[in-house]
Design a protein around this ligand. Structure first.
Ligand code: BMA
Length: 315
């Protein structure tokens, strides 16, 4: 029996039956939409830093916490992280955060898209408690988005995955820095593939996850169709010690829009994961991804981590 042919890749992730877990109706103040959250485990709870779009079309970030990561969300009463006057690059808001616990700094590092007339740029903020934040401003020049740091250094250098637009092409890049300020050694890590499901562009999904086989990269790939863009999810694996080295990239997408809530919203046909968490369940490691659905709500889907790695390496 051929494992790869007999296993449907789009069944690796199982959507939670209570999806969507968060949307504008549950918010504690009036908003247009809630989507594309960063995720972290904080004090034993799942914390989502959600992108919230207000009714002017500007986004800010708001924390929602849950004990089981699925139900009973406690949502901050006010925006948690909003645009600041002194950061001009945030004039049109903050979008699509990714979170890592940055070991060398012993702080959470949040990379988010700051949006302004200059275009999307990658900004950095630190926090220890998701109540007070230390904004560090822009890391790389526009246009750039979909960025996450790795949680640790490689040798003496920090490493960032991001998605600049270079010569009109939208590939995933990797860059290095000694201090989180000066960036260099830029190279393309994962390309869009002409003719494939990820033909138009690719971008990093959640933060890179360290597994026993290497760094798991979950990314979104886009195909343009007669009725708009289709955002789907792909997988790749990077070497433990040299993250520029790709061990594997899976051919098919592993998750794409299927459910009503993934087609009903401001941008139909979008699943856009931005946060991930590993949970121990009865001795098994489960990977949970949190994703924006149709740019309007938040969904969660779970995969058995060993099964996913097996699929990744075998197929
Ligand atoms: C991307 C980003 C995301 C958004 C997606 C689908 O370019 O701007 O914030 O979810 O498009 O609209």
């Amino acid at each position: 029996m051929n494992f790869c042919l007999n296993n449907n890749p789009t069944e690796i992730f199982e959507r939670y039956e209570g999806n969507p877990i968060l949307d504008a109706d549950e918010w504690t103040y009036v908003v247009n939409s809630v989507f594309n959250p960063g995720a972290a485990k904080v004090d034993g709870e799942t914390l989502l830093l959600c992108r919230v779009e207000d009714c002017r079309g500007f986004s800010h970030l708001t924390v929602a916490r849950s004990k089981d990561g699925k139900t009973d969300w406690k949502i901050d009463q006010n925006p948690t992280l909003s645009r600041s006057e002194e950061f001009h690059e945030e004039q049109w808001g903050l979008e699509d955060p990714r979170i890592v616990w940055l070991e060398p700094r012993e702080k959470y590092a949040i990379t988010y898209t700051s949006f302004s007339p200059a275009g999307p740029q990658v900004s950095l903020a630190f926090t220890e408690d998701f109540e007070t934040f230390d904004k560090r401003g822009v890391m790389l020049s526009p246009e750039d988005k979909d960025a996450s740091l790795f949680p640790r250094k490689f040798g003496e250098r920090y490493v960032l995955i991001h998605r600049p637009i270079v010569r009109g092409e939208q590939h995933i890049w990797i860059s290095f820095s000694p201090d989180l300020v000066h960036w260099g050694e830029h190279e393309i890590l994962l390309t869009r593939r002409s003719g494939w499901w990820d033909d138009a562009k690719v971008g990093l999904g959640p933060q890179p996850i360290e597994t026993k086989e290497g760094w798991l990269i979950i990314y979104h790939g886009v195909r343009e169709t007669a009725s708009g863009s289709l955002y789907r999810v792909g997988l790749a694996l990077l070497d433990h010690e040299d993250p520029t080295k790709m061990i594997k990239r899976v051919d098919p997408w592993v998750m794409g829009p299927r459910k009503d809530y993934e087609y009903r919203g401001d941008v139909p046909g979008v699943v856009f994961p931005t946060g991930a968490i590993i949970e121990e369940e009865e001795g098994n490691k489960k990977l949970r991804i949190y994703y924006g659905a149709a740019d309007s709500s938040v969904g969660v889907a779970t995969a058995d981590l060993d099964d996913l790695l097996h699929y990744l390496l075998a197929c």
